[in-house]
Design a binder for this molecule. Structure first.
Ligand SMILES: Cc1ncc(COP(=O)(O)O)c(C=O)c1O
Length: 413
């Protein structure tokens, strides 16, 4: 068997890596489709020769790795390599892409210990860097130096930042209601930004159309299978940091369902390699106003409903990777919890004021979900930094400034 190949999640069609990558195929040519307000069909996943990896690498040697450097285990990535070391990408370039090796923070919650996986300290302050890094490395190997993406904010700022590190041009399509800080972050990294007079769906479709014409490599979430693949790296970093002992539950804020699918992929690979016995249960946390995955699992049917929530990063009326995300929940005996915007903001405030962790609303959703449904031995994914969205922080901070100023005046009397 070749090092890896692509397989359609829906119909099982198998495609060779050379065919997919030379023709820039994204969705399955047999059954793939992108339709307005519908999840993607024919999303591809990557399959490796696990038996061969197993015979060459042991769990003991794997957990001795430093973490935060995906190129240290090239056999689990769809990149060219020779003798377990990359050939075409120099260490100088790779070192620009190092992630924080120790992301786990223990907090004390009502007398018991809880663990947070703080991915808000990545290069551009969100989990999205995990996907952008892999997509950018693939672009370098394909000899492409223009990449595009549609984004509600984080995927775009992440791609823009990672591309700036590597000298690649990025083109980011955003909806007009993007939070100001995320827009500024994208522009500051020197990306070409296209503010689309419409919602994220329209930005997504326009980005695909323009990218095809311009022959830009596309990083639209779930559409490019490497976005799902890249997001598995948190599992390996966590596995290394925990010396091979994984938690029982992982809480994941979920919108399009790509992060949770990537996490499931990483966990399943650990199991296929024989390095863990049980899969942690995946708990997707959704906003009540953006609960498509919850409804899909309840009714076994997708129905489009426009999403509305303060947590813009998990606002998805038609989650692009709905079917794979539902599969991740089912295969791990996991569940979906919905939280209100009020609960999200209360969680954001508690994380900041009691634990010193400033997260954006989508990231605080995993804490809100946990508080609603606690479970032993849990890990909560904190996926984005609070400074990404000032208006949500202002919603509970402005009043405080005015109050303390008034008290100070009274004190002087
Ligand atoms: C901070 C943050 N949390 C959670 C998510 C949800 O990830 P997904 O859309 O893959 O479910 C995103 C995606 O944009 C995000 O930026």
């Amino acid at each position: 068997m070749k090092k890896y190949f692509y397989k359609c999640f829906q119909c099982g069609n198998e495609l060779s890596a050379s065919e997919v990558e030379s023709k820039l195929i994204y969705l399955c040519p047999k059954c793939g489709s992108t339709e307005k307000n519908q999840p993607l069909k024919g999303v591809l996943k990557i399959v490796y020769d696990y038996e061969s990896i197993k015979s060459k690498v042991s769990k003991e040697s794997f957990i001795r790795l430093a973490g935060g450097k995906i190129w240290e285990y090239p056999y689990l990535w769809p990149l060219e390599y020779k003798d377990f070391g990359f050939t075409s990408i120099s260490p100088k370039v790779l070192n620009k892409l190092t992630l924080a090796p120790n992301n786990i923070i223990n907090i004390d919650l009502e007398g018991s210990q809880l663990r947070l996986y703080d991915d808000s300290r990545n290069p551009t302050l969100s989990y999205k860097d995990r996907a952008s890094i892999l997509v950018a490395l693939k672009a370098l190997q394909l000899g492409t130096n223009e990449i595009s993406a549609a984004s509600t904010g984080n995927a775009g700022s992440s791609l823009a930042g990672i591309c700036a590190r590597l000298g690649i041009k990025s083109h980011i399509f955003v909806p007009k209601n993007i939070p100001a800080n995320k827009r500024i972050q994208i522009q500051s990294f020197g990306a070409n930004i296209y503010v689309v007079d419409g919602d994220y769906d329209e930005a997504f479709d326009l980005c695909l159309e323009v990218s095809k014409k311009k022959k830009w490599y596309n990083r639209n979430t779930a559409y490019n299978p490497l976005t799902i693949e890249g997001k598995k790296s948190s599992v390996f970093d966590m596995f290394i940091e925990l010396n091979g002992e994984m938690p029982e539950y992982i809480f994941v804020p979920t919108g399009d369902g790509v992060i949770i699918s990537g996490i499931y992929k990483g966990l399943r690979e650990l199991k296929l390699l024989g390095w863990i016995e049980e899969l942690p249960k995946l708990v997707a946390v959704q906003a009540e106003g953006s609960d498509a995955l919850f409804r899909y699992i309840e009714n076994q049917k997708f129905e489009y409903k426009a999403a509305t929530t303060i947590a813009d990063s998990i606002s998805a009326g038609a989650p692009r990777n709905l079917y794979m995300a539902a599969d991740a929940i089912s295969k791990t005996n996991g569940s979906v919890i919905c939280v209100s915007d009020k609960e999200i903001i209360e969680a954001q405030k508690e994380l900041s004021q009691s634990h010193g962790i400033l997260s954006e609303p989508a990231a605080a959703a995993s804490f809100a979900g946990y508080k609603k449904n606690t479970a032993p031995n849990s890990m909560l994914m904190i996926t984005g930094n609070g400074l990404k969205d000032i208006s949500s922080l202002e919603s509970w901070n402005e009043a405080q400034i005015i109050k303390s100023y008034a008290n100070w005046e009274i004190d002087l009397l």
